[in-house]
Ligand binder design. Structure first.
Ligand code: NAD
Length: 249
């Protein structure tokens, strides 16, 4: 019997990076994976690889989020795990002095409002089942300032963390655990895109990571699989830092 045997897991942003690594890990641990992504090609590839189901959805749109959980439930009969992970990097110049309101709003919609929709529409399924595990992807920047000026991104992730705590406390007695994954810098397309725009930024980040390297997406997936499983049965409303020590340095 594997740790996530037959659990139905909805993963957003499953086409790339942390979401893709987690889809692979969940499948290895026995879960039925519903891979959600805006990118049809990447999402289909991920779902095919893990023997799961692909649902194309834009998580910043409530109707899409409703549809993706409904599809998961209709196909597999439950919604046991929601890994609300899809997100975008900060706009190029994300200082509070220069970020425009449109860029700010877009980051909040994709990174924060999406998590609100995902929790809002996953929880009723979990309430009916009397159990469930939600993991929301925040970031290490949710617990510390960022030296690289990314106000809209940091604020969105702070919101994800606060929402996680609120929901973790509110639904604990109903058997629903809600935790936040707070990754440090992870070597994924999102980070590569950011560093391509500003190569010095990569060096500045690296010197602050006590472990001395960027994380691999698989290291995030291992933490998410733990949080999703019964091994984490007494962990809720937590910020789970997997950051190579950067937030304490
Ligand atoms: P990534 O760019 O490799 O993957 C993100 C995936 O999300 C992509 O497949 C993309 O198509 C999808 N996506 C984007 N917008 C979407 C939308 N509106 N609807 C549905 N899917 C959408 O990024 P990643 O590094 O794996 O990041 C995953 C999460 O981890 C994000 O929330 C990110 O903010 C967070 N995070 C990343 C790092 C890092 O260093 N990489 C650090 C801390 C937190």
């Amino acid at each position: 019997m594997q740790r996530l045997q037959d659990r139905v897991a909805v993963i957003t942003g499953a086409g790339s990076g942390i979401g893709l690594a987690t889809a692979r890990r969940f499948a290895q641990e026995g879960a039925k994976v519903v891979a959600v992504d805006l990118d049809e090609v990447a999402g289909t590839k991920a779902a095919d690889e893990v023997g799961g189901l692909f649902v194309k959805a834009d998580v910043s749109q409530e109707d899409d989020v409703i549809r993706m959980f409904r599809t998961a439930h209709e196909t597999y009969g439950s919604v046991d795990i929601a890994f609300n992970n899809a997100g975008i990097s900060p706009p190029e110049d994300d200082s509070i002095l220069t970020t425009g309101i449109d860029a700010w709003r877009r980051v909040q919609e994709v990174n924060l409002t999406s998590v609100y929709y995902c929790c809002k529409h996953a929880i009723p399924y979990m309430q009916r089942q009397g159990k469930g595990s939600i993991i929301n992807t925040a970031s290490f920047v949710a617990v510390m300032g960022s030296a690289t000026s990314q106000i809209s991104y940091t604020a969105s992730k702070g919101g994800v963390l606060a929402m996680t705590r609120e929901l973790g406390v509110q639904f604990a007695r109903e058997g629903i655990r809600v935790n936040a994954l707070c990754p440090g810098p992870v070597d994924t397309p999102l980070l590569q895109e950011l560093f391509a725009k500003d190569p010095e930024r990569a060096q500045r980040r690296l010197v602050h990571i006590p472990i001395g390297r960027f994380a691999r997406a698989e290291e995030m997936a291992a933490a998410v699989a733990f949080l999703a499983s019964d091994d984490a049965s007494f962990i809720t409303a937590s910020e789970f830092l997997v950051d190579g020590g950067i937030s304490s340095a």
